[in-house]
Ligand binder design. Sequence first.
Ligand code: ATP
Ligand code: MG
Length: 244
Amino acid sequence: MSALLEVVGLSVAYGRIEAVRGVDLRVGQGEFVGVIGSNGAGKTSLMRALAGVVRPAAGHMRFAGADVTGLPSHRMVAAGFALVPEGRQVFADQTVEDNLLLGAYHRIGRDRAGVGEDLARVFTLFPRLAERRRQLAGTLSGGEQQMLAIGRGLLARPRLLAIDELSLGLAPRVLEQLFPVLTALNRDGLSILLVEQMASYALTVTARTYVMEQGRMLLEGRSRDLARDPRVLAAYLGRHAAAP
Ligand SMILES: Nc1ncnc2c1ncn2[C@@H]1O[C@H](COP(=O)(O)OP(=O)(O)OP(=O)(O)O)[C@@H](O)[C@H]1O
Ligand SMILES: [Mg+2]
């Protein structure tokens, strides 16, 4: 699989705190990749560096065939990297439709038809958003706000959709509606990078997973193999490996 995103030796530091320490990561074209790890492992810091929200202290990033090391977030969006940030960060006092259109700010002036198509597609994927298009985003439920944040990411028409903590604060019933949407988007060709606390979900929907701890990549492998790995079972799934 050719690499869409290739990261080598990436580090992120906040003053003297090194949150990400020399991480290598790769997402193939059309791949669905997960990152799991405990609180404070550095997952969000990694995603923010990939998205150009924070500048890496060291390392190199290639995306869609170009060196994108240190590019600011608006350039990463234009290159096709969309981040659905931890905690959604929707604009509470704007409507659902206006929040979605914010995802397309970089192309709204020159691609009205395309933006209209993408808006219609998001409303088909998430009928709840279609029904609430004129409602203020702050009045949506947590699950609907996550749908909105994903929809806003899709309005960028990304090559890679990165999602930080899809499950945050959501009930299993809501997650069971959201994960199949990601699977369907991936089947249609979208590359996805999913950071997830709920390792059991992430290992089920993704093809390959990285395990991050204390700023480093501890393990990497096929999700179905990691789901049976004793180290993953004990640390992230709260289970002991089944007796052979
Ligand atoms: N803006 C910041 N300034 C200083 N330190 C930070 C900042 N953001 C994160 N950190 C520190 O970096 C480390 C990694 O945090 P990060 O949020 O990346 O972890 P995480 O894996 O996303 O955790 P969680 O699972 O809780 O979301 C932590 O020790 C955290 O305190
Ligand atoms: Mg985080």
